[in-house]
Design a protein around this ligand. Structure first.
Ligand SMILES: Nc1nc2c([nH]c(=O)n2[C@H]2C[C@H](O)[C@@H](COP(=O)(O)OP(=O)(O)OP(=O)(O)O)O2)c(=O)[nH]1
Length: 133
């Protein structure tokens, strides 16, 4: 079993909506909607990696102090076991925009359709609904 650590963020806007991004064609799980984030580079701390991914993917600047642990996913994919902490973030600099051509959407957690997200993400929705409605 290989364990894959991926860090992800629920960016929350003032209306209580969270940002999801569509995985581009050609990648594993293409077309599904996910929380922004990604894998750690060698030697990186998880929060550092998430700050870097948010800058690369969305062009926003986030301080590690503004990343609050919310919950995590633990899911057995065929090729690896995914362990994915989900951080809540309500404060950033800049306007999130798709820097990698991905579609973006702000959604109320209660509207997140588990079917359109990777299977690992299904258990992440209830804690977001509990917090934000
Ligand atoms: N960022 C993110 N990844 C997720 C979520 N749910 C989920 O199963 N994953 C999986 C998909 C990928 O296997 C992995 C994230 O890897 P990644 O986005 O950094 O890398 P990738 O698969 O696009 O591949 P690559 O960049 O190395 O080419 O975690 C999610 O909500 N957000």
């Amino acid at each position: 079993m290989s364990l894959l650590l991926v860090v992800a963020a629920a960016l929350v806007d003032p209306q209580g909506r969270v940002l999801i991004a569509q995985r581009p064609q050609g990648k594993q799980l293409a077309g599904l909607w996910e929380f922004p984030g990604g894998k750690l580079d060698p030697g990186e701390r998880p929060e550092q990696a998430l700050v870097r991914e948010l800058a690369e993917e969305l062009g926003i600047e986030v301080a590690t102090a503004d990343l609050a642990p919310l919950t995590f996913a633990s899911h057995a994919y065929e090729a690896f076991h995914l362990l994915m902490p989900l951080y809540l973030c309500r404060r950033w600099r800049g306007e999130p925009h798709a820097r990698e051509g991905q579609a973006l959407a702000w959604m109320r957690p209660s509207e997140l359709d588990a079917a359109q997200m990777p299977p690992a993400d299904a258990p992440l929705i209830a804690p977001l609904v509990a917090l934000l409605g």
